[in-house]
Design a protein around this ligand. Structure first.
Ligand code: TMP
Length: 392
């Protein structure tokens, strides 16, 4: 494993602080990323125990995002039409945004965060509030084999990938389909989106790396879709090697070609990325300093886990950003980890009071710009760091 990026000392990205805990020492760790030349796998080098990140206080709820709700609805429709599954199992079912699109007799959730599992249990969906592993897979197999196993933004959060895929192999029916959705490494590098790295994102998958792991477990990719969600993701369709169903589509060859051409098999590509990241930090800080020297007010929009990486890496704190707006109820009136910037309940932006707005949720740029048309029309400005720091 060769280290290529050092994002400094960081707190746990989703550990928002209550006011009464502001004086307490936060748990911090060194956030660095490395490249494994043998498996082409990119991962963070120090990991945090899962119980510290995924527990009853997990703040992220898929249902609170309209974009995610709509994406899950469309996908569920497609899955029913294309694969007609008798049993769907979702690994990382969160608060049910995907699961609720299925008949409760045909869908099972796996969600270790008890506050979220409660939501699907309440609607009578069978939910296992446990971490995904071989033991759990054996337990679920007793209900029946899964014709579709779906997992969005979850497998990249689990350290032991061997165990993950062995467990999937136990549960997947003979002609079953595994659908994985995770941020794309190619998109991350192209966008200089170094904030895809935080404690929960142990891996940022490329198709090339995923292909290597899958082949070890007798699995094969047969289709890939490029998505806009989470700043650029891939949806991977996978089957057993010996399954006759589902022909391998050209999209697989195309994605592997794109990634190889960009250089995802070479360490040098990652070192160049790290250089761009260091330059991005310098440029972003200069933008903030210049604005503050004119005594202008900056606020943040979307107190994301991603912005935690940016703020702590660039050392941007409340002397630069007065507060963040966010719509997530759990985050409101709490403080962002590390930078300790307050999160306020979202209010429509007003160019009379807000001069500049740092786009923490840059992955929802279009949704946000649409919502804040009046602010933009009245001369309000946004600051973003993706794909490079600039004022819009
Ligand atoms: P995510 O990037 O991890 O999906 O988180 C998005 C965060 O941004 C979430 O806390 C909600 C917040 N957000 C807003 O506050 N307003 C918005 O209009 C959008 C799209 C997101």
């Amino acid at each position: 494993m060769k280290k290529f990026l050092d994002l400094g000392i960081q707190p746990l990205a989703n550990s928002y602080l209550k006011r009464k805990d502001l004086h307490k020492k936060e748990k911090k760790f060194n956030l660095s990323a490395g490249f494994d030349k043998k498996n082409y796998l990119v991962s963070i080098l120090r990991t945090i125990p899962k119980e510290k990140m995924f527990n009853k206080d997990y703040p992220y709820k898929s249902s609170e995002s309209k974009t995610m709700r709509m994406a899950f609805k469309t996908l569920a429709k497609k899955i029913k039409k294309r694969f007609d599954p008798k049993l769907v199992v979702e690994i990382g079912s969160n608060d049910g945004a995907f699961l609720f699109n299925f008949d409760k007799k045909k869908a099972v959730g796996v969600e270790p965060c008890k506050n979220l599992a409660k939501k699907t249990k309440k609607k009578k969906f069978k939910t296992f509030s446990e971490y995904w592993d071989i033991n759990l897979s054996n337990k679920i197999s007793k209900i029946g084999k899964a014709d579709v196993i779906y997992s969005a933004n979850t497998l990249s959060h689990i350290e032991n990938l061997e165990n993950v895929f062995k467990a999937i192999n136990i549960l997947l029916s003979e002609n079953g389909v595994l659908i994985i959705e995770d941020p794309s490494l190619l998109k991350c590098l192209k966008n200089n989106a170094y904030d895809q790295f935080y404690c929960e994102h142990i891996y940022i998958f490329s198709t090339i790396a995923l292909n290597k792991i899958l082949s070890k477990h007798g699995l094969i990719l047969f289709d890939i879709e490029n998505l806009n969600t989470h700043g650029g993701s891939n949806r991977y369709y996978i089957k057993r090697k010996n399954s006759e169903l589902n022909k391998i589509k050209y999209s697989v060859k195309k994605e592997i070609y794109k990634e190889t051409k960009y250089g995802l098999k070479k360490l040098e590509t990652y070192e160049k990325f790290a250089k761009r990241v260091r330059s991005s930090r310098k440029k972003l800080l200069n933008i903030f300093k210049k604005i503050k020297s004119k005594n202008k007010k900056i606020i943040g929009y979307g107190a994301t886990a991603k912005s935690c990486t940016v703020l702590n890496y660039c050392k941007i704190d409340k002397s630069y950003i007065d507060f963040f707006y966010d719509t997530t109820s759990y985050k409101i009136n709490k403080f962002l980890p590390g930078s300790k910037i307050l999160v306020n309940k979202y209010k429509k932006l007003d160019a009379k009071t807000d001069d500049y707005v740092f786009l923490g949720a840059w992955n929802f740029k279009h949704e946000i710009f649409n919502k804040e048309k009046k602010f933009i029309k009245n001369g309000g400005k946004f600051i973003t760091h993706v794909p490079f720091p600039k004022v819009i």
